[in-house]
Design a protein around this ligand. Structure first.
Ligand SMILES: Nc1ncnc2c1ncn2[C@@H]1O[C@H](COP(=O)(O)OP(=O)(O)OP(=O)(O)O)[C@@H](O)[C@H]1O
Length: 225
């Protein structure tokens, strides 16, 4: 899925947060979105996911202009993962199963996918535990596994490794790498430079209302520090 933003602006209370003349997101992109607190990273991701509407401009998804904003479910095939993800009540495996029930009828296929997701997210030992009792890092891994299991075209991860230790970051990087192999477009907003942001191939930076493409790694290091 290719997504193009043209002459896009977002204002809150009449004040412009950012203006983006043109941004093309190509299927297979792996993007690190940087920027200071309040620069608009979350807002931009929500616009891309159709969870919010722009103040002006247009968004074209696979050559078709988006006219409807689905504030609760977002654009089909694009998943935005919040920095403090909402988990359903029930067990860890219930959380993984929930989304699959809408997509597949084959029970054994669903259980196979749940089992695989538990293994990849290193959560097999917690399968029957109440999701709300997981640690912060485990919750993030579960939310990512729950998103990945739906095989999205785009996954937008908002500060996915905030408060994570190295082990969890490495597990998340492994999971994201698996999604990249499946040709899922990835956008990650993160303040930290981690194993995860190092696998990004494109670097965008929101600064003073403008979106900059950061071209070389030395330049990127300057912005990220
Ligand atoms: N619904 C809203 N109404 C008014 N202002 C808003 C709204 N949503 C966000 N803002 C403001 O827009 C600015 C950008 O917010 P956003 O959450 O997109 O930034 P961010 O770059 O993701 O920040 P952080 O790194 O702290 O998570 C902030 O100043 C925020 O207060």
């Amino acid at each position: 899925m290719n997504i193009t933003l043209t002459k896009l602006t977002k204002k809150y209370n009449g004040k412009e947060l950012f203006s983006i003349p043109l941004l093309s997101l190509h299927q297979n992109d792996v993007i690190h979105l940087g920027g200071e607190n309040g620069s608009g990273k979350t807002t931009l991701m929500k616009l891309i996911a159709a969870l919010d509407s722009p103040s002006s401009g247009c968004i074209v998804v696979d050559n078709k202009e988006r006219r409807r904003w689905r504030f609760r479910s977002g654009e089909k095939g694009v998943i935005y993962m919040h920095q403090t993800p909402y988990l359903f009540s029930g067990s860890v495996e219930d959380n993984l199963r929930y989304g699959l029930l809408n997509h597949f009828n084959d029970k054994s296929l669903i259980e196979y996918k749940v089992d695989y997701a538990l293994q990849v997210a290193k959560l097999s030992a917690f399968a029957t535990q109440e999701a709300r009792t997981l640690s912060g890092g485990e919750k993030q891994r579960l939310a990512l596994a729950r998103a990945a299991i739906l095989e999205p075209s785009w996954l937008l991860l908002d500060e996915p490794t905030a408060n994570m230790d190295h082990h969890s970051i490495d597990v998340v990087a492994f999971m994201v790498d698996a999604l990249i192999q499946q040709k899922c477009g990835i956008m990650i907003s993160s303040h930290q430079k981690t194993h995860l942001t190092n696998i990004c191939r494109r670097r965008l930076q929101l600064k003073a209302g403008r979106l900059l493409e950061v071209l070389d790694n030395a330049e990127f290091a300057k912005h990220a520090s």
